[in-house]
Design a protein around this ligand. Structure first.
Ligand code: COA
Length: 408
């Protein structure tokens, strides 16, 4: 392994990076997949490579995203296209590359990393399985006693609403929709900062808007892959009903096209559920834990992550707890972080310090809690802390409104 060398890619590496990905994944040039790999290779600023005697034999793509966390934010790195040229596979190079990738992210300001892949391989680097969340909209006939109700019947909307729905027009709507997405995402854990309206480059991708008296109040983007559709969207909280109506219209269209598998990448929170329930939208909330391959997360820099989200934690301590006094050592896997709480103030301390309490969570539980998927009470089922600390932590770490898509 002594001759291998890890570095960031440069513009001159694009061809070799492309060949490496093709070789690793066993894809022929000229195919649709190959065209996609070419576009990934061209994104050389987000690529790192492994070189052996001046030849690139390994590649990884690291996409950087800034995500909201209440009034704070954090940086996520999506690792993808991890590739070792076919003839070099199974010799330890992939392991070497991934170790370097993790260290590189740690030194480059990333807090959390996400990827999808074989659990057995990626768990070596500390990645843990993390659920994917989405809503399923079953487009099926509903039987109620002697009655049979078809999707076009239960998804029917009024004529007035129908005329307010139209295709998204990038030249005219971009700024409006950008602002709509921005205010919809603001503050929600895991939502993208600076998310742009989806580009309509793929032929099977469409966006629609609900426009009322010249104002766009809801936006919905549809990706169609084979017989499956994925929906994403945003809306004005003062016009929730218009989003429900837009969703019904799009679901009806998908049904007419023969698509039966529809997933919605919408936030998991009370507002969404309320909209679906109040407007008669048939839905399933799905939280998928898959094996042996899965969506996975890694805390790249625990202390850096906690410092980055500290403003939001301070806000919660003030607004959602009764306060507390003490210093907690929080153990997460092989890592730890120290919180000092002084009444309604909280700070993250560097290095070892005198502590009053200690809690231990495995990385998956910690991630579920810190990202608002579970409350402290739900994950902290072992060990004993005082009642006062227990209720303080449960106030600090409650279930939150969380975006879907970016974290899984
Ligand atoms: C996955 C890959 C990068 C690993 O690199 P490598 O140099 O072969 O790996 P190493 O020799 O360091 O380690 C071998 C491990 O790779 C893992 N591996 C093999 N195929 C894999 C795959 N498709 N995805 C993830 N891990 C894989 C196995 O866990 C194996 O170890 P184990 O048998 O002891 O469990 C490489 O095999 C590759 O390029 N595969 C094709 C492309 C691919 O599937 N990339 C992963 C995208 S998520």
């Amino acid at each position: 392994m002594d001759k291998v060398f890890f570095r960031k890619a440069s513009k001159d590496d694009v061809d070799e990076v492309y060949e490496t990905i093709l070789s690793a994944f066993g894809v022929d040039e000229g195919s649709e997949r190959a065209r996609h790999y070419r576009s990934i290779a061209s994104d050389w600023k987000n690529i790192v490579v492994l070189e052996l005697e001046d030849k690139i034999i390994g590649v990884a793509h690291i996409a950087r995203y800034v995500l909201w966390y209440g009034i704070s934010e954090f940086v996520k790195g999506d690792v993808g296209y991890v590739s070792i040229r076919r003839e070099f596979q199974g010799k330890g190079y992939g392991t070497f590359l991934m170790d370097k990738v993790v260290r590189y992210m740690e030194n480059d300001g990333f807090h959390i990393s996400r990827l999808g892949g074989l659990i057995r391989f990626y768990s070596r680097f500390g990645y843990v399985p993390f659920p994917r969340r989405y809503y399923v909209f079953p487009l099926e006939v509903v039987y109620a006693g002697a009655m049979k109700i078809t999707p076009p019947e239960y998804l029917a909307i009024s004529h007035k609403d129908e005329i307010n729905i139209r295709k998204y027009d990038a030249t005219k709507d971009y700024d409006h929709v950008y602002r709509l997405i921005e205010s919809f995402n603001r503050g929600r854990i895991g939502a993208l900062k600076n998310e742009k309206p989806s580009k309509l480059t793929a032929s099977e991708s469409k966006s629609f808007v609900y426009e009322d008296n010249g104002v766009i109040t809801a936006y919905l983007h549809t990706y169609i892959y084979d017989r499956e559709a994925v929906l994403m969207g945003a809306f004005d909280f003062n016009h929730r009903r218009t989003f429900a109506v837009l969703l019904k219209e799009v679901l009806k269209e998908l049904y007419h096209r023969g698509i039966r598998n529809v997933k919605g990448r919408f936030p998991f929170d009370r507002v969404m559920e309320d909209i679906f329930n109040k407007n008669g939208i048939y839905f399933v909330k799905s939280e998928l834990f898959s094996y042996p391959a899965s969506n996975m997360l890694l805390i790249v820099n625990l202390n850096g992550f906690m410092k980055s989200i500290l403003p939001e934690l301070k806000r919660r301590v003030e607004e959602e707890t009764e306060g507390w006094h003490g210093t907690i050592e929080c153990n997460v896997g092989n890592d730890k972080v120290f919180f000092k709480v002084d009444g309604y103030d909280i700070e993250i301390l560097d290095g070892d310090t005198k502590i009053s309490d200690r809690i231990t969570l495995d990385p998956q539980d910690f991630l579920l809690m810190i990202l608002g998927y579970r409350s402290f009470k739900e994950v902290y089922t072992t060990g004993n802390v005082s009642r006062k600390l227990y209720s303080f932590l449960d106030g600090l770490f409650s279930r939150q409104s969380v975006a879907t898509g970016q974290l899984g």
